[in-house]
Design a protein around this ligand. Structure first.
Ligand SMILES: [Zn+2]
Length: 211
């Protein structure tokens, strides 16, 4: 590693620019330091679940501190099964609910969540919320993208807020979507829709409320 000493810097002119020699020296030092090991650690961008702001964290870290609000951010993936007792999860990772699990009063904030069991509670996903099994989900539901798989019949009495939705199974819910709701070939959506567009593929059904 090259050695350098800090020395008093005299700039002879009142100017925004450093003398050329000094400028080159500083550029060389800066680029040497940024090409060191620290510059090569892969990072990823995450959104803090406490303050909602984005920051970069080391990709392999399991926890990090939000640079904006200093909250400790958990980044581990979580699997919930029939024996899970801790039903409150805050993570920037993904959550999976195992087949056979029946969990109510969940409080989940995560990246993506895939549900093979039956769940109820408040769920917020910054990415995808996917139901692969039938559930009646009592609680507040928010996700960037909602997916109801072909095998699933899902009821959401309190509705769901998303950017977009794909219904390939059966969904009974009021859906608020900033973007498009797509109903697949065997999909059935029963409920009120607020969306930029509702696309019903041949064989799919949208059944709005009668009144
Ligand atoms: Zn934060």
């Amino acid at each position: 590693m090259p050695e350098y000493k800090t020395e008093p810097l005299n700039v002879p002119y009142v100017s925004g620019l450093l003398p050329e020699g000094e400028r080159n020296r500083r550029v060389a030092l800066t680029s040497f330091r940024s090409s060191g090991a620290q510059g090569r650690i892969p990072t990823r961008e995450v959104e803090c679940y406490e303050c909602g702001k984005r920051s970069h964290v080391p990709a392999s870290a399991q926890t990090a501190a939000c640079v904006h609000c200093h909250a400790t951010l958990n980044m581990a993936d979580v699997e919930l099964n029939a024996d899970s007792r801790n039903l409150t999860v805050r993570t920037l990772g993904n959550v999976m609910v195992a087949p056979g699990a029946v969990l109510s009063r969940l409080s989940i904030v995560c990246r993506s969540m895939t549900v093979y069991g039956r769940v109820s509670g408040n769920i917020r996903c910054t990415q995808e919320l996917c139901f692969r099994e039938s559930s009646r989900v009592e609680g507040e539901l928010r996700a960037r993208r909602l997916v109801i798989a072909r095998s699933a019949e899902v009821v959401m009495p309190e509705g769901v807020s998303v950017r977009e939705a794909l219904v390939e199974g059966k969904l009974a819910a009021d859906v608020r979507a900033a973007g498009v709701i797509r109903i697949g070939r065997e999909g059935v959506l029963r409920g009120r829709c607020e969306a930029a567009d509702v696309v019903v593929e041949p064989g799919g059904q949208y059944i709005p409320p009668r009144n």
